[in-house]
Design a protein around this ligand. Sequence first.
Ligand code: BGC
Length: 703
Amino acid sequence: MTNQTRKMTKNLITLGAAVAVALTPALTGSAAATSARPWMNTALTPEQRAKKLLKVMNLEQKVTLVHGVLTSKGPIPSVGTVKGIPELGIPDFVHSDGPAGVRNGTDPATKFPSPIAYAASWDRSIAALEGRIAGEEAQDLGTDLLYGPGFNIARNPLAGRTFEYYGEDPYLSGIMAAANVRAIQSTGTVATLKHYVANNQETNRMLGSSNVPDRALHEIYMKPFEIAIKYSQPGAVMCSYNAINHEHGCSSYYNLVTNLRDRMGFTGLVVTDYPASWDVTDLKNGLNIEMPGTFRTSLPLVKAALDRGDITMKDLDTRVKETLTVMFRFGLFDKKKDIRPINVERGYQAAQKIAENGAVLLKNKNNALPLNPKTTRKIAVIGDSARLALGGGGSSNVISKKRDNALDEITKRSQGAKVTFNGSLDPLGAANNAKDADVALVFVEKISTELFDNVTLNLKPADENLIKTVAAANKKTIVIINSGNPIAMPWINDVAGVLDMWQPGAAGGSATAALLYGDVNPSGRLPQTFPATDGQWPANTMTQFPGDWIGTDVNYSEGIWVGYRWYQQQNKRPLFPFGYGLSYTTFAYSAPRLAATSGSKSAPVKVTFTITNTGKRTGASAAQVYVGKPKSGLAVPQKELGAFTKVYLQPGESKTVTVTIDPLQLSVWNSKLQKFLVKSGVYKIYIGQNVDNTPLYLTYTVR
Ligand code: BGC
């Protein structure tokens, strides 16, 4: 795309197709061409254009659009393409992964931090930054649709793809996903919410059934999708491998039509997670595009299904029309691709900013951090991950052209300090260097990847031993965690500081150095509870996770009691609660008030309060508002996240902020009526810095 067409496409997405004709006259061809191909008339809405095109398509052409083929660049598949139909002017529809940057075969793109870091920023603009750059890079690389964001709920912290998702809370996940989607789509790239739904583990991921009680399915697992759809109108949703209550993810009319389309108002296309289609009748049940390798929607199979009456031509037409509408909406018919190298530097800088904003400072005894370069003259850097640019494994693993590492960046930032390095398997050498050092920085890594769940949250015994040995030699030992999952920390009392960098991506080294030296003040907060001990988490029986018969039947018998909701219900104290994180400054919360102390069932609740930076450094607080719903037959959690905002403050500065609680956050799912209902009664409103630290309290009455 040229800059001009790029801008036009952006406008087209932002302003809606109705005005597109004014923006893209040069691209639409002559009036004669438009009369031969009336669907090329950009004055029509995307849906009208799709209808016109559908009218002239024969069966074979329609079937071409209901499945994709694998495409590859170099030895690595660049994921898939729905083949175009040149005689009708239908372009190829190119898809790529994913949530942590564009995975496009061997083409380099920016390797962003693991997406859990976007959620940990609690800052919509950070999720949007990744989305915007990934969307632009997708355009540069010729990709039309990105498979992301991924934001399945972290039901059990051992789940292998925890790094790729947005934590344990439906509201935080849904809102951050919406910010990411809006930004991706502002570039002309289609975003895909994945994996719908209740796709919460890797063990037996293609054959297992997530057996989820109806209330939990809607309140916990569908809710993030519902919020993201409401606030971002995504072009696509990816249906999951797993079955839900024994119905395959891509075969369920209840999930794909009754809930996703009819109840949540989704108007885009549904694409399979690769071989997740089970039958040609999935087309009837809401699936638009089958990606390879199950081949259930080939021409002979579709023909036979039509003959048998298992699907009707109307079903097929509906699905093709939905796909074409998305393609028109995103200007795919109207733009010429302009494939070119990505802007490496811009991507690298964005990756650094995201890593800096998502990192969570978990412990900082006696202000061990930030490091003062004048007094920190000998630094012992320890652990292999100090020399790597880390990300999670699987389909979101991106190849980056420019990447750094913490060892080099700390050395650069140290103003000529003596920096030693010891690998992870050299505890004695490490302790020897640490004992004379002004600070010992121990980097520990936990690998996480698609396909495999973890079996423990403890680090490898060798890493735990490394921490203990180094901490015994140097009181000022700081542990830097590189992991996409929570970590159990039986060694925490031995060390002075803990900084969780997650898997920080291409610019993780610079980000780590900037945070350690206080060039950037840590402001990330946990989007997921960190358990006190290995095993202290919801869904902790074999039947629940990974499920009976090794994941064949995964029983969600914990219901809605997931994440911090479970810790409250069980009265258990985690190591670090949901929403927790430290800063190099301190904040005070005061003066809470409501715009109105009561309202109707559909009224948004406006909550105002003041935050003051009471310390000496510029910093940011993630202000969190929790709701306690009135009891009404169904048990309700004590506190559930209802709103949040991130506030940046100079030392001594105060800001008064107002956040809005969406009535959806006051509601409870009614299984009988199959809808969310807000009850009359008194609601508790808690305001603070994490779920266990909410000093401000108000009540609100729903009439
Ligand atoms: C993953 C998806 C991914 C797809 C294409 C699947 O195995 O579950 O998240 O988008 O592969 O790479």
